[in-house]
Design a protein around this ligand. Structure first.
Ligand code: SF4
Ligand code: SF4
Length: 169
């Protein structure tokens, strides 16, 4: 039997920052318009994710084999736009992803991209081939970011601690 986790329900309610709290009535419009669900419906379904979130069904969301059930969302915001109840699904999914990271269930590719941003200030570090091509087109040189400043900001989010923890494993 699936149990209700009241702490999860509170986190979800707190993330649902609309002025008027409205409930999902499972119309399925979010899933019908989700580009990820369109391609892999058996692996990603925002409607059922939002249902499990509001009900506090933690064991359905976390600790599962395929974390794509949560991390499949690309935050394109389509569901937010089409939801007739104005539920901010992506705010809720972000709160869930943060919980997933705390539980050390974040996908490796997200951790490695976060690591790249922390170390180089860019999600995709500049490559010499790109630099050469820019020069060919007389495009200006791209100035390197101030890594110290970037890290100072990211340290406030405790990203450094999360990355250290993931390196230890
Ligand atoms: S579109 Fe909104 S109301 Fe409809 S199922 Fe999705 S979250 Fe629920
Ligand atoms: S924000 Fe996520 S859940 Fe919503 S439509 Fe886009 S990919 Fe689907």
């Amino acid at each position: 039997m699936v149990s209700i986790d009241y702490e999860l329900k509170k986190i979800v309610m707190d993330a649902h920052i609309n002025e008027t709290l409205k409930y999902c009535y499972q119309c399925n419009r979010c899933t019908d318009n989700c580009p990820v669900s369109d391609i892999v419906p058996e692996r990603y379904d925002p409607r059922s994710l939002i249902l499990s979130s509001f009900l506090g069904f933690k064991s359905i969301i976390f600790g599962v084999e395929d974390t794509f059930n949560l991390w499949g969302c690309t935050i394109c915001d389509t569901c937010d736009e089409v939801c007739p109840q104005n539920i901010e699904l992506t705010e809720i999914f972000t709160a869930l992803k943060n919980m997933s990271i705390k539980r050390e269930e974040g996908p490796k590719y997200f951790i490695s991209q976060a690591s790249s941003i922390y170390e180089s200030g860019k999600a995709i570090p500049m490559q010499s081939a790109v630099e050469r091509r820019r020069a060919q087109f007389n495009l200006p040189e791209i100035k390197p970011p101030n890594i110290e400043e970037v890290q100072k900001i990211l340290n406030r989010t405790k990203l450094n601690k999360i990355l250290e923890k993931n390196k230890e494993e």
